[in-house]
Ligand binder design. Sequence first.
Ligand code: CUA
Length: 173
Amino acid sequence: MTLFPRKLEEWYKTFTKEERNWLIIALIIALIMSTTTLTWHALDREHQVPVETMEVAPDVFMEKAMRFSMEYAGKVIPEGVDIYLAGVQFRWIPKELKLKKGVTYKIWISSGDVLHGFSLLGYDGTVYNVMVMPGMAYAVNVKFDKTGVYEIRCNEYCGLGHQYMIGKIVVVE
Ligand code: CUA
C-alpha cells in the first residue's frame, strides 16, 4: 500500500449538497432529542431516581442489609424507617419487603459484589431503574397506591444466575 500525502485544500473541500443535507438532518435530530430530554427532565419529577447517593464499602452495606433483613423478616416495615436492600450474586437481601400502602419509604440500594441493576416492576406502570454499583449506595423514594405484589428484578447481567435474581415487594393495607 502506498500512501500519498494530501494537500490541505484537498482535506478541506467544501461540502457537497448531499453532505450538507445530511449534516442539517443530523443537527435537527440532535436538537429534537436534547429538547425532549430536557423537557422530560423538567416535567416528570416522579421518576427522578435516585434521590440521594453516597459512597459505602460493600461489606459495610452488606452487614446493614443483613441486619435489616433479620429485624424485619415477615414484618410490615413501619413508616419512617429507612430500608436497606443489597444485591449479591444472585439474590436480593432482604428477598422480600413488606410495605404499607400510601406510605413513602426510602430504600437504600447497593451491591455486595459486582454490578447489578434494580428494576421495580409494577402493574400500574410504576417502574424504577437504578444501576447498582458496588461501593455506591442509592436512595429511591417509593410509594405504592395499590396493594399487591411487585417484583424487583436485576437488570444488569451479573453472572450465570442473573435471571434468578428476583426480589419481592408486598404492599399491604
Ligand atoms: Cu444481579 Cu443480574
